[in-house]
Design a protein around this ligand. Structure first.
Ligand code: NAD
Length: 496
């Protein structure tokens, strides 16, 4: 651990069958600090044979875990939520170190939201009920919700702590057992959660964590014949390959994929609130959010004033070491991703877009070894690549509109449909747009609100299935319909 940057030595082994173990072939992956690209730790790298071990452990744990009283499963999740709160500072520092999120966000958002999600699903475990269907007289028909079995969960690097809670919370509450593959770039906080799970008493094998590369560990999880469901969060391209890979045993698939969120500011909006909200929508977590408000659509009457204030705010955002107090924006999570975002800045220029601010790595020598990109605002044609493709960085396009119809056509003009926002004081317009936007989530006079009770997910190229709330519990269970003849006289079908 260089320079005592965290108060703890992170766990670096695979978590299989309740124990931390090396990979069978002893392979490791170095995880880097995106602030300066220095190594943080070497983490065991799971390959196919390790994933097989993890699936075996999860399959062995499934009968007892799924048969356990739901209240007792819930109690363990509640204990985990408490343990996360007790460990909050360590988790926040670990997440900041590994991902580049500023400490103020990991302390204020990622860690509390993670605890709240496990607590929500801990409470949900014994409240998620089956149904009784009012069928014809003489019969009782009831529907059980049965856990689907061993689930494979694959998460990206942008919100590792939160996303593992969104996935493991409902799966465990429903009675499934889990093999989760964190991103090869950011495994540390997930391994810490595994330690906490072990410490609060989750039975061995109920949760298994296998850091590794997508093409090897991820692919094996997708292909594995004993995995009954894959819950995947990541890019649309890999999402498509997950669907193809699932065909072998026809496993269930749930996909949380990319987005290109439209954020529409009408001429009757509260501009101060809209400017602040639009900056949060794109610059929080360096824009590395599937639901980022990455396309700003401004009514032409307010465009100049809005942009004037928005650019001032963007230029004033304090970039710096994510572990330093006062940092408002950290580095992107990897060198490769930083380059990808800078490449999009070049594309914007080639397409005739006007870079209004940013568009480059900062020239501050203190940040020169890190994966930083300045907050970037680009005036661009709505049909251009940078307005259609997901950049996934602190990069927002701006275009203007004259009419509501024009705004809606631009907003709905991409292949994605994940999240979008609108800023207006006209109630009728707000509801009309919220309904008309092709999007799994719409925020009115706010942006990027999430809550464990509220369904999260998208349509079209943003995927299918939902995290959170009762919807998530349905995703991790299958209905079983049971018919009982209570007093029906069945006429003989074969008259002999
Ligand atoms: P990615 O698709 O490259 O990787 C996501 C995960 O999939 C990683 O763990 C990776 O190792 C694994 N993976 C890669 N190839 C695989 C394969 N062939 N088989 C199985 N697993 C494989 O995405 P990323 O770059 O890590 O994350 C950024 C993307 O995630 C963006 O497109 C973003 O929009 C999306 N995302 C979506 C949501 C959502 O909820 N909709 C949330 C966050 C991020």
């Amino acid at each position: 651990m260089p320079g005592n940057r965290t108060p703890m030595t992170p766990q670096t082994k695979l978590f299989i069958g309740g124990a931390f173990v090396d990979a069978l072939d002893g392979a490791t992956i170095a995880t880097l600090n995106p602030h300066d690209n220095s190594p943080i730790a070497d983490v065991a790298e799971a390959k196919a044979a390790d994933v097989d071990r993890a699936v075996e452990a999860a399959a062995k744990a499934f009968p007892a875990w799924s048969a356990m009283a739901a209240m007792d499963r819930g109690r363990l999740l509640l204990k985990l939520a408490d343990a996360i709160e007790a460990d909050a500072e360590t988790l926040a520092r670990l997440e900041s170190l590994d991902t580049g999120h500023p400490l103020r966000d990991t302390r204020g958002l990622d860690v509390p939201r993670t605890a709240v999600t496990y607590r929500y699903f801990g409470g949900m475990a014994d409240k998620f009920e089956g149904t009784v269907v009012p069928v014809e007289a003489g019969f009782l028909n009831y529907v059980l919700r049965e856990p689907v079995g061993v689930v494979g969960q694959i998460v990206p690097w942008n919100f590792p702590l939160m996303f593992t809670s969104w996935k493991m919370g409902p799966a465990l509450a429903a009675g499934c057992t889990v093999v989760l593959k964190p991103s090869e770039l950011t495994p540390l906080s997930t391994l810490r959660i595994a330690e906490l799970m072990r410490d609060v008493g989750f039975p061995a094998g109920v949760v298994n964590i296998v850091p590794g590369y997508g093409a090897t560990a991820g692919q094996r999880l997708v292909d594995h014949p004993e995995v009954r469901k894959i819950a995947f969060t990541g890019s649309t391209a890999i999402g498509r390959s997950v669907v193809r890979g699932s065909a072998g045993n026809l496993k269930k698939v749930q996909l949380e994929l990319g987005g290109k969120g439209a954020n529409i500011v009408f001429d009757d909006a509260n501009l101060a609130a809209a400017v602040n909200g639009a900056a949060f929508a794109i610059f929080h977590n360096q824009g590395q959010a599937c639901i980022a408000g990455s396309r700003l659509l401004l009514h032409e009457k307010i465009a100049d004033e809005f942009l004037d204030r928005f650019l001032k705010l963007a230029r004033s955002i304090r970039l710096g070491d994510p572990l330093a107090e006062g940092t408002e924006m950290g580095p992107l999570t990897s060198r490769m991703h930083q380059q990808r975002v800078l490449d999009y800045c070049a594309v914007a220029r080639e397409e005739g877009g006007e870079i209004l601010t940013g568009g480059r790595a900062p020239d501050d020598p203190a940040l020169s070894k890190g994966c930083y990109v300045e907050p970037t605002v680009v005036r661009a044609d709505p049909g251009s690549r940078v307005c259609r493709e997901e950049v996934f960085g602190p990069f927002v396009t701006v275009s203007t509109f004259k009419t509501d119809e024009e705004a809606l056509a631009i907003a709905n003009g991409t292949e994605y449909g994940l999240g979008g926002g609108l800023w207006t004081s006209n109630l009728q317009r707000a509801h009309r747009f919220a309904k008309a936007m092709i999007s799994g989530m719409v925020w009115v006079n706010c942006y990027k609100r999430v809550n464990p009770g509220s369904p999260f997910g998208g349509v079209h190229a943003s995927g299918y299935g939902r995290e959170m709330g009762f919807e998530a519990m349905r995703e991790y269970t299958s209905p079983k319909s049971i018919w009982v003849n209570v007093d029906a006289q069945l006429p003989p079908y074969y008259r002999r």
